[in-house]
Design a protein around this ligand. Structure first.
Ligand code: 13P
Length: 340
């Protein structure tokens, strides 16, 4: 059983100074591709579905497929809702078995963001589902637009250090997404990450930090950001663009007379796998599931030789059926007590 929540996963990443890659799933083909890439690298991985991408995949239909694929492998897989916008979608995700959710109230005034995020933490925490939230605002393209344009980050939307401290303390979130010059989609010019701010945020709060908009950031920048507290990196546009480029090349130069659709789609996911494997290496998570490392906790059969109980995950995520049973039992016992 390799399904794990974000809190348990990032605890190990933070203590061992690496980041876990979080890759967006917009099609069934990503599931096996991403998990295979992580397996080959002996790395943990996060498969995430963004609320804006629910126009591509059906949440209730794809969730059991991801959960079943994750349970088959001996690497830790976190199943995460990316940029959850409404309580309805968050509840649907928790009910479908996501082990982690992001509530994105970054467009709200601070007080409203705190109040709404706090509510989400209360609900998700009751069933051991982790919560990521965002403060400041990571701008850019709605992830994976059909006709993308490049964006530059705007400084007014950067995360404020003292607000971050207050936000984390009052909401009780498990991970904080920061805005430090990162944007979603393609960057206009080179990304210019504000490391001073990142370092100050990292010193002010003691939970893992998340970097959205990973596409276009250089290997050196990733490494520096990880050294300053980034433990989760969101990545989508670059792998999508690389897959499209690979298909174009295949159709135009390699096999113009191809008629097999699985053959063409296979080229796309071959490229996704290449890109993801390289990122996992840069993020420092490669070989974290090797026998001499401590992350083997996710394998119930301990095939990787996990020894350190410090990183053992907490209680399992509770699925919807369990909650219904729990509530039913409580109602029955309360009726019984009343009738005594
Ligand atoms: P990119 O598409 O820019 O890599 O960003 C992905 C992301 O941050 C998803 O939340």
């Amino acid at each position: 059983m390799a399904l794990i929540n974000l809190k348990d996963l990032l605890k190990h990443a933070r203590e061992n100074k690496y980041a876990v890659g979080a890759f967006n799933v917009t099609n069934l083909g990503f599931i096996d591709t991403l998990i295979a890439a992580a397996e080959e690298q002996r790395s943990p991985i996060i498969l995430q579905i963004a609320e804006v991408h629910l126009r591509y995949v059906d949440l209730e239909e794809i969730a059991p497929i991801i959960i079943s694929a994750a349970k088959k492998v001996d690497i830790p897989v976190c199943f995460h809702l990316d940029h959850g916008q409404t309580l309805q979608t968050l509840m649907r995700s928790i009910r479908a078995g996501f082990t982690s959710v992001m509530f994105d109230g970054s467009h709200m005034p601070l007080e409203e963001n705190i109040a709404a995020t706090k509510e989400v933490v209360k609900i998700a925490g009751a069933v051991n589902v982790s919560v990521e939230a965002e403060l400041g605002n990571v701008g850019g393209e709605v992830i994976g637009e059909v006709a993308p344009t490049a964006h530059a980050a705007s400084k007014e939307l950067f995360t404020n250090v003292s607000e971050a401290k207050r936000f984390v303390k009052e909401t009780g979130i498990d991970a904080l997404a920061v805005s430090i010059g990162n944007v979603h989609g393609f960057y206009k010019g080179d990304p210019n990450l504000d490391y001073e701010r990142l370092s100050a945020i990292n010193s002010a709060i003691n939970i893992p930090l998340v970097l959205h908009g990973g596409s276009g950031i250089s290997d050196d920048d990733f490494k520096k950001a990880i050294s300053l507290g980034i433990c989760k990196i969101n990545f989508y546009t670059e792998m999508s663009a690389a897959a499209v480029a690979r298909v174009k090349n295949y159709l135009i130069n390699e096999k113009p007379d191809v008629t097999s659709i699985p053959d063409v789609i296979g080229r796309a996911f071959e490229e996704v796998k290449n890109v993801v494997k390289k990122r996992l290496e840069v993020f420092g998570s490669k070989d974290m599931c090797a026998p001499e490392k401590t992350l083997c906790f996710s394998c119930s059969d301990s095939v990787c030789g996990f020894t350190d109980p410090k990183f053992r995950p907490g209680a399992q995520t509770v699925l919807y059926e369990d909650i219904v049973n729990q509530i039913t039992n409580e109602v029955i016992s309360s009726i019984k007590n009343k009738n005594k």
